[in-house]
Ligand binder design. Structure first.
Ligand code: ATP
Ligand code: MG
Length: 385
């Protein structure tokens, strides 16, 4: 059976499913989808791509990897790197999508799992919106299908009364479906994915029919390392996935690069001016986060206690973006430590009792003593008092 294209959504009236590539970008979206934000890069890659493409893929696996990792095309178009990390990880992730196994992106919070999943779906299928957000309350209908009850009561079970889930639509179209935070979903709901991933079919017993996935269908799930054990994946389901672990950035330089890039993009979309002093301050924030995360100073000399929060790259990005907004609206046009101190404190001290002790110790033994960090020390002292 084919899935109806008109999908009524609760409270939103009837929403027309415009399908991959047919979706029009909103005129002024606060955060455009990857396939719209990077449409020119995707088009240039498709035009230059002379490698074989798996069925219904917009690009060859090689071009998808270039889209994620960045590069320069023969025509001179520059592809910006979306993911900064080992090339092999991206290659394994992309290749997995061309096989009959689904892709599970695993890692600690803030390691770009969601980000990579969105960009992979955009590059492979031209549509990153076939998304199921996993929560403790995700119902089976969000993974399989639901019913438009008005129609169901009026007409009885029919195709028109069926409300397909994003996964069902992806199967029908041969596109990439995404499931966020898979391990937050209750185990019985998770297991509905087993038939979908192994048989590539979704039975609809009420209609005596089934939806069979067409070539091109696959699924990307993300899961957080820290939540492991909340709803552990069953081994039956785990076997349907190829697991790719996204690591924290290997070096401080990589991390500074990621933060600078993302802050620049976010700053532009928030219409913040780009301020001098940025990279130096980013380097200090990244150093503080890495040292506290690793439990040792960058020179390896002093052991430190780690706070309870994750202090990921994603948090460094928020701290710097927040500081930039402060500097732009209330500062003197330069990003200064006083614009960042409150953000750093907020990120480090999650548990007011234990983390505060860790932070004070770090401040007094490391920040205070470090050459050229007096201004940061003073700014942090002011907000910590
Ligand atoms: N290696 C990296 N390359 C590029 N961007 C990165 C990298 N690591 C983190 N980021 C940035 O960090 C931000 C947060 O990433 P994202 O939300 O995808 O994390 P996540 O792993 O899904 O976290 P969570 O487990 O909390 O859901 C994104 O803006 C992303 O650009
Ligand atoms: Mg995420």
């Amino acid at each position: 059976m084919t899935v109806p294209e008109t999908i009524p959504q609760p409270g939103a009236g009837a929403v027309t499913d415009t399908g991959p590539g047919r979706a029009e970008p909103a005129a002024e979206a606060l955060r455009p989808h990857a396939e719209h934000a990077f449409a020119h890069e995707l088009a240039a890659l498709a035009a230059a791509d002379d490698h074989p493409r798996p069925a219904r893929w917009r690009l060859s696996p090689r071009a998808v990897a270039t889209y994620l990792l960045g590069g320069t095309l023969p025509g001179g178009t520059v592809i910006t790197p979306k993911y900064v990390g080992p090339r092999r990880i991206v290659e394994v992730a992309v290749t997995t999508l061309a096989t009959d196994r689904a892709l599970l992106l695993l890692g600690v919070p803030g390691t770009a799992k969601t980000w990579v999943s969105e960009h992979l779906a955009a590059a492979v299928s031209g549509d990153s919106t076939l998304l199921v957000q996993g929560t403790a309350g995700t119902p089976e209908e969000a993974v399989r299908y639901g019913w438009n009850y008005a129609r169901l009561l009026a007409e009885g079970p029919s195709r028109a009364a069926l409300v397909p889930s994003p996964v069902m639509r992806a199967m029908d179209r041969g596109a990439t479906a995404r499931v966020e935070e898979l391990t937050r979903i209750p185990a019985d709901v998770q297991d509905t994915l087993i038939t979908i991933l192994s048989e590539k079919t979704l039975p609809v017993p009420e209609l005596g029919e089934e939806v069979q996935a067409v070539p091109g269908f696959n699924l990307i799930a993300t899961a957080n390392d820290r939540d492991r054990g909340v709803n552990e994946l069953s081994s039956a389901l785990r076997r349907r996935f190829n697991t790719v672990v996204l690591p924290l950035p290997a070096t401080a330089e990589d991390e500074v690069d990621i933060v600078a890039r993302r802050v620049d993009q976010l700053g532009r979309s928030l219409e913040l001016p780009s301020l001098p002093g940025g990279v130096e301050e980013i380097r200090r924030v990244v150093t503080v986060f890495r040292e506290l995360r690793d439990g040792v100073t960058a020179d390896g000399r002093t052991r430190l206690k780690s706070p309870s929060g994750t202090l990921s790259t994603a948090e460094a990005i928020s701290v710097v973006t927040g500081g930039l907004a402060l500097a732009a609206h209330f500062g003197d046009g330069v990003l200064r430590p006083s614009d960042l101190a409150a953000g750093i404190l907020g990120a480090v001290v999650r548990d007011p009792a234990a983390d505060r002790v860790v932070w004070q110790e770090y401040l007094e033994t490391v920040v205070r003593e470090r050459d050229g960090w007096k201004d940061l020390y003073r700014a942090c002292r002011e907000v910590s008092a």
